[in-house]
Design a binder for this molecule. Structure first.
Ligand SMILES: [Zn+2]
Length: 447
């Protein structure tokens, strides 16, 4: 018998591999933080001598979700201002609030609050873009979650940096600190083409090329962005990036709700990764990303929640459902963006976009043991005809019972093992008291 660390028995193993294998009454064999094999449970008991054995009798076990676009610390501003147009929301509410309150301490506390929410909802990896990078990275290190931290570049002064040169200097410093971290990965993150000059976009690309970093950018999010770009440069944002050689498989283009025929051609030729954030797009009425059309052209589309201030949660179950429903409406086809596709967008496609599909994103031997267990034995999800359909269309996030990253549990029977829930809630309340709109009369002070 081969000695291993853990044997994880499940009613269903949802692999999220390209071929969408679903295995019943199988087990995951885990050794040294990695998936060694997927075997029938009966066979596994004869084959392996496991140090610990878990039995998820009524559960689906699947790879952890990859939330491919977030601004996690913004969940401290969740519900501060809603039901507004994007530019009104940003210019008059969110950016002034950030200017006044964002600090290392706020980002650290808010990041931990967001990580607790993500872990309880089955997310094992997120791809962030924000400020005070060390605060989010330290929180991720302590929480045991996998984190891609965007080194934000923006030609707008904030509490984090006063000039674009300072953003670049801080980015390089962060890269040096975290380049060898086992779970925290630095990425390049110029905010958008309307907030970063072409010179600075080129500089960001040069740094990304030099250090082999992915580039995240908000792109063609709303009609106003296209109109502004056409007026100023007589070119669409995607074309401007194409001109400087940035549109390629290394690019992570976020939103992409405004696409014309030329854009489709360019995307099909150059194959960047697209991140679809349906709830943020719907809430801000930014537009609609034509997911089915992109997927049929072989373009990788993954799923992100965006920040909780524009969503208002970090719930990948909700995002999957929205992506499926919205995708069908946009394609005018009930067969479009089906449950299997949307589950892969939330897992394997995210790993591909982040360049870590060799490491995570599916239950495949050799990959890290990043997985979640979801109990389907409840009135909301019984009976089960097709577990994938149930996960996408019916399962609420609180049915996630256990979460593992790198072969280590970080949520067990709904209990957070790496974060102190009571302390996080107390800190969130104390930030709310400081930021409280009662004292912060933003609607009169800013407008
Ligand atoms: Zn965003």
């Amino acid at each position: 018998m081969e000695p291993i660390d853990h044997l994880i028995h499940a009613k269903w193993l949802i692999t999220c591999e390209e071929n969408n294998r679903v295995l019943e009454n199988h087990a995951l064999a885990i050794k040294a933080g990695k998936i060694l094999a997927l075997v029938p449970s009966k066979e596994a008991k004869q084959k392996y001598q496991a140090a610990t054995e878990e039995h998820y009798h009524s559960h689906a076990v699947m790879p952890g979700f990859i939330n491919s676009h977030t601004h996690i610390a913004m969940n401290i501003f969740r519900g501060l201002a809603d039901d507004l147009e994007l530019m009104d929301w940003l210019n008059n509410y969110i950016w002034p609030a950030e200017g006044k309150w964002v600090s290392h301490d706020l980002v650290y506390d808010a990041s931990k609050l967001a990580m607790a929410e993500m872990i309880r909802g089955g997310t094992t990896c997120f791809n962030d873009m924000y400020f005070f990078l060390q605060a989010s990275a330290k929180a991720a290190d302590e929480a045991g979650i996998r984190a891609h931290i965007g080194m934000t570049i923006i030609d707008v002064p904030t509490a984090w940096a006063k000039t674009t040169d300072e953003y670049f200097a801080k980015a390089l410093q962060f890269y040096d600190e975290y380049k060898n971290h086992p779970r925290v990965t630095p990425t390049m993150a110029p905010h958008s083409t309307y907030t970063v000059s072409i010179e600075n976009l080129i500089k960001a690309k040069e740094i990304a090329d030099q250090y082999k970093l992915k580039i995240n950018i908000h792109l063609q999010e709303a009609p106003s962005e296209i109109a502004q770009s056409m007026q100023q440069y007589q070119k669409r944002p995607l074309e401007r990036l194409h001109d400087i050689g940035m549109v390629n498989p290394n690019l992570i283009a976020i939103h992409m709700t405004q696409l014309n025929d030329r854009d489709f051609e360019m995307l099909a030729e150059t194959k960047p990764n697209l991140i679809h954030c349906p709830e943020s797009n719907m809430k801000l009425v930014s537009g609609s990303c034509p997911v089915e059309k992109l997927l049929t052209r072989g373009i990788n589309v993954a799923l992100g929640t965006d920040g909780a201030a524009s969503n208002n949660d970090l719930d990948m179950f909700g995002e999957m459902r929205s992506a499926a429903f919205f995708g069908k409406v946009i394609a005018n086809d009930p067969k479009a963006v089906n449950a299997e596709t949307v589950l892969k967008m939330a897992t394997l496609h995210g790993a591909k976009a982040l360049g870590i599909d060799h490491l995570t994103g599916s239950l495949t031997p050799g990959k890290a043991a990043d997985f979640i267990a979801i109990d389907l034995d409840s009135v909301e999800t019984q009976p089960v005809y097709h577990p994938v359909s149930q996960l996408v269309y019916a399962t609420p996030r609180h049915q996630v019972t256990d979460v593992w990253v790198n072969g280590k549990p970080i949520l067990k029977n709904r209990e957070l093992l790496t974060l102190d829930e009571k302390e996080l809630i107390a800190k969130a309340r104390s930030w709310r008291d400081k930021i409280s709109p009662a004292r912060y009369t933003i609607s009169t002070a800013i407008k």
